[in-house]
Ligand binder design. Sequence first.
Ligand SMILES: *[C@@H]1O[C@H](CO)[C@@H](O)[C@H](O)[C@H]1NC(C)=O
Ligand SMILES: *[C@@H]1O[C@H](CO)[C@@H](O)[C@H](O)[C@H]1NC(C)=O
Ligand SMILES: *[C@@H]1O[C@H](CO)[C@@H](O)[C@H](O)[C@H]1NC(C)=O
Ligand SMILES: *[C@@H]1O[C@H](CO)[C@@H](O)[C@H](O)[C@H]1NC(C)=O
Ligand SMILES: *[C@@H]1O[C@H](CO)[C@@H](O)[C@H](O)[C@H]1NC(C)=O
Ligand SMILES: *[C@@H]1O[C@H](CO)[C@@H](O)[C@H](O)[C@H]1NC(C)=O
Ligand SMILES: *[C@@H]1O[C@H](CO)[C@@H](O)[C@H](O)[C@H]1NC(C)=O
Ligand SMILES: *[C@@H]1O[C@H](CO)[C@@H](O)[C@H](O)[C@H]1NC(C)=O
Ligand SMILES: [Cu+2]
Length: 324
Amino acid sequence: MAPSLRSFFYLLATFQAVTAASWNATCTSKSQRKAWNDMTATEKTAYIDAELCLMARPAQAGITGAQNRWDELDWAHIAQSNIIHNVGAFLPWHRYFMRVHEYLLQSECGYEGGQPYWNEVLDMDNLTASVVFDPDTGFGGEGSDCVTDGPFTNLTLHMNSSSTSADYCLTRSFNSNGFQTGAQTYLDECFNTTTYVDAFECYQVNPHTAGHSAVGGTMLDVVGSPGEPLFFLHHSNLDRLWWQWQQANLTARLTEMGGRNVPLTSYLEQNGMESPSSSVLDYDGDDGNATTLNHNLWMVGIMPNATIREVMDLGGDLVCAEYV
Ligand SMILES: *[C@@H]1O[C@H](CO)[C@@H](O)[C@H](O)[C@H]1NC(C)=O
Ligand SMILES: *[C@@H]1O[C@H](CO)[C@@H](O)[C@H](O)[C@H]1NC(C)=O
Ligand SMILES: *[C@@H]1O[C@H](CO)[C@@H](O)[C@H](O)[C@H]1NC(C)=O
Ligand SMILES: *[C@@H]1O[C@H](CO)[C@@H](O)[C@H](O)[C@H]1NC(C)=O
Ligand SMILES: *[C@@H]1O[C@H](CO)[C@@H](O)[C@H](O)[C@H]1NC(C)=O
Ligand SMILES: *[C@@H]1O[C@H](CO)[C@@H](O)[C@H](O)[C@H]1NC(C)=O
Ligand SMILES: *[C@@H]1O[C@H](CO)[C@@H](O)[C@H](O)[C@H]1NC(C)=O
Ligand SMILES: *[C@@H]1O[C@H](CO)[C@@H](O)[C@H](O)[C@H]1NC(C)=O
Ligand SMILES: [Cu+2]
């Protein structure tokens, strides 16, 4: 090979080595998503540092009031909480949200790993002893006014259900009892379901609620919980559970979607949510009242709209990840 050509390939290889981030291109190198308890101290530090980087980076999506990338991610969830929960798109929307978060870490904050997950079932016996709450290598512990130790001490959030210029601290209040619906018997029950509709309802009600209740505080806010960094570890774990369910009959479940596309009135009332507006419903991509593979997944302009079809395969071009 001519020297110039060789150095060209050398440069290309170097470039690829430091450029972990790839968006929606042919999936050749999947993000390795590890359990927090399996990560080295160096890997944990890299992830936490990248989270702090997102919180320090200027807003870019043109969302009124957003002061940084963290606020924008929070807003993507807040603005749509009445259309991404209690519906078929619950699991796919949150899968896409995990991917967008992971991609921002990789593309804007130099993070080279994959999105970690919290393997919650391992911590059922002793929530407070979980490695995720370690103040030095994890996310820190409780705080009823503000979290008081760890990297997110006094973390200030700016988005809530009624304002994009709020100013409040991240809080946590552990609840071991509330965590118990994440136990193995509940996971087995969900894994055992045969239709997507039964699966999503099951995963949402028990394993999903478990992590939100367990951490408490901001995490318990059905609207603004992504202000809590542990949200992304919890929802990646939930996504992993859905993927396990899909893998149990992959040929069928790579395309199996369904369920209502507007939450039950009782759910909206219970959570003090307004009915979704026609500006969202008119562009949902579905023909009727059921969630389809054509359903539109919106990220408030942080990244392009996707369809549910694009996120069904965890190892497909858009998500390009695997749980290890
Ligand atoms: C849980 O772990 C904490 C910290 O390691 C310990 O102090 C506590 O006694 C444990 N609780 C139970 C019920 O084992
Ligand atoms: C967090 O805020 C409290 C109250 O304002 C303050 O006393 C404390 O020093 C702050 N901690 C850090 C690490 O900034
Ligand atoms: C949201 O923040 C605004 C502005 O600080 C405040 O007035 C409002 O009470 C907050 N809403 C909720 C639901 O916390
Ligand atoms: C799984 O489903 C089968 C058939 O419906 C039932 O007999 C079994 O008890 C279920 N197992 C679990 C763990 O839910
Ligand atoms: C996979 O799902 C399809 C469609 O529901 C079904 O016909 C088939 O029996 C399933 N295969 C297994 C191994 O469960
Ligand atoms: C959609 O509406 C039809 C007619 O009211 C009903 O039979 C069907 O169950 C609904 N589908 C969903 C997913 O809610
Ligand atoms: C993306 O989805 C949003 C929400 O439904 C919609 O308002 C917007 O027009 C879509 N953008 C594009 C480029 O299709
Ligand atoms: C991913 O790429 C495909 C093919 O170019 C395109 O149709 C699709 O809109 C892209 N999706 C996202 C979310 O970027
Ligand atoms: Cu959510």
